[in-house]
Write a new protein. Structure first.
Length: 263
């Protein structure tokens, strides 16, 4: 008998995490009791596949780990600083101490009891150390990423179109900082992991490559819905990279780990 492994999807928002989760949604995983609460929109016409309680737990962890300002002060003095429910766009210094409480730990345990699970939330890139303590050895991690400039452009569009983000002021420079922050934490967590064989790195474009998808299916020991990803859904066209050497270094590291050659 083959026992399905648990899956955690890691990656910045607007990098293909929903596309990947959707490809696995029919494989028999527990996605959460309320994994459709975000509905669908122009950015994700097929859904987000994020669970309300998982997202709430991660927001509560980040609320403990980041300074919190009254909304009037935030709007006036720190307009680009994220607020509750918008911390999937937060920028955390790499040495940020991720805090928790016993109540949060109990909520996490309740979620991960539902095996096999496939959980997806960009905030996992930051809260991974808290959740990791509750994962068993049957848990694998998929990191999906995209060209930083494309992700930044998609983030800006999302902020413009989403009513819940209208009070968050973000420009291209900040959006690239968001990308940098997320993947800096992910790479740090990967390098600190003693079980690197449980990690799989995937460039957005590779999910349209049958050979790479086959490798991913072998890694997970499941059959993916290869009809779910559609290139035509992406609204971000070709964008030339316009970012600093630090971001390029992170992108190059991710490409090496994914064995992705930019053409």
């Amino acid at each position: 008998m083959i026992f399905m492994k648990n899956v955690i999807i890691l990656g910045s928002g607007r990098s293909g995490t929903s596309m990947l989760a959707g490809s696995l949604a029919k494989a028999g995983y527990f996605l959460g009791k309320n994994a459709n609460y975000l509905g669908e929109n122009k950015s994700n016409p097929k859904g987000f596949f994020e669970d309300f309680e998982v997202n709430t737990i991660n927001e509560d962890i980040l609320r403990l780990s980041l300074p919190v300002f009254p909304e009037k002060i935030r709007k006036r003095i720190f307009p680009s600083y994220t607020f509750y429910r918008a911390r999937w766009l937060a920028r955390l210094p790499l040495r940020t101490k991720i805090k928790t409480t016993s109540a949060i730990e109990k909520r996490i345990k309740k979620i991960v009891e539902n095996e096999p699970f496939c959980l997806k939330d960009p905030r996992f890139s930051y809260t991974y150390p808290t959740w990791k303590k509750h994962f068993n050895r049957n848990t694998q991690f998929i990191v999906i990423y995209r060209n930083p400039a494309k992700t930044a452009a998609s983030i800006l569009r999302e902020c413009k179109e989403s009513a819940g983000l209208k009070d968050l002021k973000i420009n291209q420079k900040i959006a690239l900082q968001v990308w940098k922050s997320f993947y800096s934490h992910i790479l740090n967590n990967y390098h600190n992991s003693s079980e690197k064989k449980d990690w799989f790195f995937l460039h957005f474009d590779q999910i349209f490559n049958p050979e790479i998808v086959f490798k991913l299916e072998e890694f997970l020991e499941v059959k993916m819905d290869t009809n779910f990803p559609e290139k035509k859904i992406s609204r971000t066209g070709e964008i030339k990279g316009n970012y600093n050497s630090e971001i390029q270094t992170i992108y190059s590291k991710l490409n090496r780990l994914a064995e992705y050659n930019i053409t």
